[in-house]
Design a protein around this ligand. Structure first.
Ligand code: AMP
Length: 224
């Protein structure tokens, strides 16, 4: 258990479609620390059309992982911002052993304790979630056409913006992303356990997003 009282990095871990994005947004209001999503940061670069965005667009649209050094640099710069000084929630990072090792070093240097939340979700549910997923391009809120639809079809409840489907949520790309998870990311579970990081498993299937967030919140906020 982590009794340090110092800043913590809450690592939301799980396959694509396990609810990491949704949970990281919900958890901000319980843990009072920012959510850091490497996927969102990369998509912002693509939207801006800058050099980094151009470098990663084709890789992301194919469902492959972008190079470790690139995401490591993004995260290193992001966690140095003042709002991350009291801790942060990591969504979609680390995803390879190399990233996990670099993150481990970064956190040690900064006196931040990692805490891993493993979101476990049934494989068939993942496929249906990813193919029905929509996102607000303005505020990032995630919807699902079958399990969590917006009040007005294809429109964000919060700001009225037309929702979009991510280019990597098409069927062949979903398959590639799940394969990347299986071979590159899932092995990190062993790394986290052998490193002795505080580790919690949470059932992410068949329950409302609020119930899941409440469970994670009490696990993490209560254990200090
Ligand atoms: P996500 O929004 O987390 O599902 O990420 C979307 C895509 O961004 C992934 O399929 C990868 O191409 C890329 N990506 C996001 N985070 C990482 C990461 N930590 N390492 C490598 N690629 C990443």
């Amino acid at each position: 258990m982590d009794n340090s009282g110092g800043p913590r990095a809450i690592i939301l871990f799980g396959p694509p479609g396990s609810g990491k994005g949704t949970q990281s947004h919900l958890l901000q209001s319980c843990l009072y620390v920012p959510q850091i999503s490497t996927g969102d940061m990369l998509r912002e670069h693509i939207q801006a059309g800058d050099a980094l965005g151009q470098e990663v667009a084709a890789i992301m649209n194919s469902g492959m992982l972008v190079p470790d050094d690139l995401v490591n640099r993004l995260v290193e710069a992001r966690i140095q911002k003042p709002d991350a000084s009291k801790g942060f929630i990591l969504d979609g990072y680390p995803r390879t052993l190399q990233q996990a090792q670099v993150l481990g070093d970064m956190l040690r240097r900064r006196g931040v304790t990692p805490v891993v939340i493993h979101l476990k979700v049934d494989y068939n549910e993942i496929i249906s979630r990813l193919s029905g997923r929509r996102q607000c391009p303005l505020c990032g809120t995630l919807y699902n056409l079958s399990t969590n639809p917006p009040k007005v079809d294809e429109i964000c409840d919060l700001d009225g913006t037309a929702l979009v489907t991510r280019p990597d949520d098409s069927e062949p790309v979903i398959r590639q992303r799940l394969e990347e998870y299986e071979f590159q990311t899932r092995p990190l579970l062993e790394f986290f356990k052998s490193s002795g990081y505080p580790f919690y498993e949470v059932n992410g299937s068949g329950r409302s997003r609020q119930t899941i967030a409440k469970e994670i919140c009490s696990l993490v906020a209560g254990k200090r």
